[in-house]
Design a protein around this ligand. Sequence first.
Ligand code: FMN
Length: 366
Amino acid sequence: MVYRSLVRPILFRLPPETAHELALHSLPLFCKFVERPFESPMLNTDLFNLRFRNPVGLAAGFDKDGVALESLAALGFGFIEAGTLTLHAQPGNPKPRMFRLAADQALINRAGFNNSGAAAFVKRVEHRRPDCVLGISIGKSKITPLEEATADYLGSFELVYKFADYVAINVSSPNTPQLRELQQSEQLTSLLVELQTRNRALQKRHGRLTPVPLLVKISPDLERRDLEMIVEVIERLQIDGIIATNTTISRDHLRTDKSRVEACGAGGLSGKPLTTRATQMIAALYRLTGGRIPLIGVGGIFTAEDAWEKICAGASLIQVYTGFIYKGPSIVRQINEGLVEILRREGFAKIDEAVGSRAKEIEGNR
Ligand SMILES: Cc1cc2nc3c(=O)[nH]c(=O)nc-3n(C[C@H](O)[C@H](O)[C@H](O)COP(=O)(O)O)c2cc1C
């Protein structure tokens, strides 16, 4: 409530990126006033040999450099995906590069992986791990040509390996030129083969019992045949999971004036307008994989009902970004409390029992 009546009006007067920086850096102060996180054994989820205390995660891009991971964990997230990190530190695209479409509860961004690089990240989090599962997202540096993308990903992978509970391979940001081409069959296969090979080598070197779980984050702008191909590659290469979805380049069905939307320019759209598209994609992936590959559902989740819809479509875990901006830190508790209520109402004892329970119906609504 305080967020919506007091904090958000102040933050929303500032340019979106300034508000974001301010929020991120003042979190340690703010955290002292947050209630203890909501907990329930009904929300515990075991996946990838990891224990998630609840299924609500913070999506990649919010804390790219890992400057506030401990404070974010204190808000009650079950997991945080830091990054996207690149091998080379880079400033990202020129500002302004982040825009609010308040009438649509949406954002447009073309941040372009602004980050201080994988090595700097590792130095920062080495002694300051958050008290929850930590995923680390890696992408391609802008200066690296697409043909050399694999070496760039491998460089970041080696650096973050020891610190990541899972690694997310981001091949779906619309804001790095050509990055999405890495979702094509040949490119994706060669990238993932190399990453898995390195993963197994590092496993031996570090004496881990299992390789680090690798997940691939995909775009909502893919066609059905692309999904089929991606699932085939992912199953063949024993990739551990899929994160669906990143932001969309579509501008369909927006309430905001067309001229205002156009004035924002290029970038990925996130938030409410993405909800249904992302949910349907999750349902399609769940059906294509027969539920064998865990899915993390992300895109336009604002409420427990939104999260429930993603879970019933096939997501074992969910993430928020834009909903967190619009609703504030209490969104974590609201979703978790709401999920427990829904589980009780629907007669499920645990989240994992509900995963994919309505995938067929939801996919059919396309
Ligand atoms: C400002 C901004 C920056 C983002 N940066 C990244 C990023 O670095 N890596 C990534 O995988 N996704 C990034 N995303 C995408 C989100 O992680 C998420 O997939 C997407 O916004 C859909 O979820 P939402 O509707 O809850 O925001 C970013 C999104 C926003 C709004």
